[in-house]
Design a protein around this ligand. Structure first.
Ligand code: NDP
Length: 444
């Protein structure tokens, strides 16, 4: 059995019930086969893959808090510190009822390669809780965040582990978490990113993942003789990533016609009015359905089905495994020629293979959504230097980073004879830097 297959079998055996983690490891290992086979003896001796697939540390803790009725609630909290070979752990916190250790391990594993691809000195981590902020009052969210941070604060620090937002963790949650960290430690340091602008946050961080997604999409299209102008785009989700992907796609001349949330999707033949979406989602924390109550050209459909909407380009920006083989076939048969992932692992393995086998342009999440963490690393730099850069400065750096990520993925794919396969390219390019650092640092 090859080294890669042997390690995958071990991962499945030793991490039972963690399907998303298995899926993420398999995708990366499959892409790395060529690289690993060429260095098998050296890597085996150093147990390189065994170390790569095992988190350096997982902290799991109880999060008790009191709801508005005076009832004590208890949630699970986690931080997965996956790999610090190239820098302090960096990765978001997710608050969603579906969160468990396996999901956070998949996200932490992906984060290692993503952070490497940005070219910045950040290792990979991820954390979160099965707490659901939806329907909670601000006071309840604060009580939860304070309890969560009381425990987490023991394990993080500006040069150790720097969490950020993810699903269910936006500006409000980061503010409560930061306040509690400061209170617990007495330190005013850049321990979290995505902070408010008046207490150490960076301009463009809010927009970064969505804007970055469209910058790399644009680069991929241009390098393949196409462009965004006049194209019809479908975006899933209507949270942070989806909103700012829509904004940048519109700025570059595309027409975004659909958005969704976990209840259903809207289709607006005239193009999405983002001012209406922002008012519903960012101000009122409402449901996407309300868009169709305000905009007469829009239709709301309950349930899944957004991938049946005809488009040239699809941007899945909601959650893992939201786009399966059937969806991929529907996209292709309706004329879609490019897919770029704003979410982490939104396409199932079968869907990803379908895109690649059918000549569609496909940019995987670990490259396409790296703009968020890259801008977080820029926030860390500004915090350490006690500086704040202008919107234009950060935006230019973000664009540069995304163009560079494309170049790295493209180059690695070409070097290994799989030109145009940006899944393999991103995995290989991300892996090379981490592995060089791990080999140099000895058995740790
Ligand atoms: P938000 O919480 O702001 O928005 C998430 C959106 O996805 C909401 O519209 C939500 O709908 C929808 N969604 C979440 N879970 C599900 C589900 N199980 N089924 C259907 N829809 C769902 O999160 P973000 O926009 O920040 O994150 C979206 C994706 O992007 C995630 O995969 C995240 O890991 C990834 N990402 C985010 C980054 C960031 O900087 N924020 C950076 C890199 C990646 P509803 O409101 O109904 O739950």
């Amino acid at each position: 059995m090859s080294y890669v297959d042997e390690i995958y079998a071990k991962v499945v055996e030793q991490n039972p019930g963690e399907a998303e983690f298995h899926q993420a490891v398999k995708e990366v290992l499959d892409s790395l086969k060529l690289v690993i086979d060429a260095n098998e003896e050296k890597y085996r001796k150093m147990a390189l893959l065994e170390r790569l697939v095992e988190p350096e540390r997982i902290v799991s803790f109880r999060v008790p808090w009191v709801d508005d009725k005076g009832q004590v609630q208890v949630n699970k909290g986690y931080r997965v510190q996956f790999n610090s070979a190239i820098g302090p752990y960096k990765g978001g916190l997710r608050f969603h009822p579906s969160v468990n250790q396996g999901i956070l391990k998949f996200l932490g594993f992906e984060q290692v390669f993503k952070n490497s691809l940005t070219g910045l000195p950040i290792g990979g981590g991820k954390g979160g809780s099965n707490f659901d902020p939806k329907g909670k009052s601000d006071r309840e969210v604060m009580a939860f965040c304070q309890s969560f941070m009381t425990e987490l604060s023991k394990y993080i620090g500006a040069d150790q582990d720097v969490p950020a937002g993810d699903i269910g963790v936006g500006a409000r949650e980061i503010g409560f978490l930061y306040g509690q960290y400061k209170r617990m430690t007495g330190l005013y340091e850049g321990v979290l990113t995505g902070k408010g602008l008046n207490y150490g946050g960076s301009l463009v961080r809010t927009q970064a993942t969505g804007y970055g997604l469209v910058y790399i999409l644009d680069e991929m299209l241009r390098k393949n003789g196409k462009d965004l102008s006049g194209k019809t785009v479908v975006v899933s989700g209507s949270g942070n990533v989806a909103i700012y992907a829509t904004e940048k796609a519109q700025q570059l001349g595309a027409k975004v016609v659909a958005l969704s949330d976990s209840n259903g999707y809207i289709y607006d033949k005239d193009g999405i009015r983002l001012d209406v979406v922002k008012e519903i989602k960012e101000v009122r924390r409402g449901r996407i359905k309300e868009y169709a109550d305000t905009v007469s050209s829009a239709v709301y459909t309950e349930g899944k089905g957004i991938w049946n909407v005809a488009c040239d380009i699809a941007l899945p920006c909601a959650t893992q495994n939201e786009l399966n083989l059937e969806d991929a076939k529907a996209l292709k048969s309706n004329g879609c020629f490019a897919v770029a992932e704003g979410a982490n692992m939104p396409s199932t393995r079968e869907a990803t293979d379908f895109f690649l086998e059918n000549g569609m342009l496909f940019m995987p999440g670990k490259a396409a959504n790296a703009g968020g963490v890259a801008t977080s690393a820029l926030e860390m730099s500004q915090n350490s230097q006690r500086l704040s850069w202008t919107f234009a400065e950060v935006d230019a750096k973000l664009k540069d980073i995304m163009v560079n990520i494309f170049a790295k993925a493209d180059d690695a794919a070409k070097r290994y004879g799989v030109d145009g396969n940006y899944v393999a390219g991103a995995n290989i390019a991300g892996f090379e830097k981490v592995v060089d650092a791990m080999m140099a640092q000895g058995i740790v």
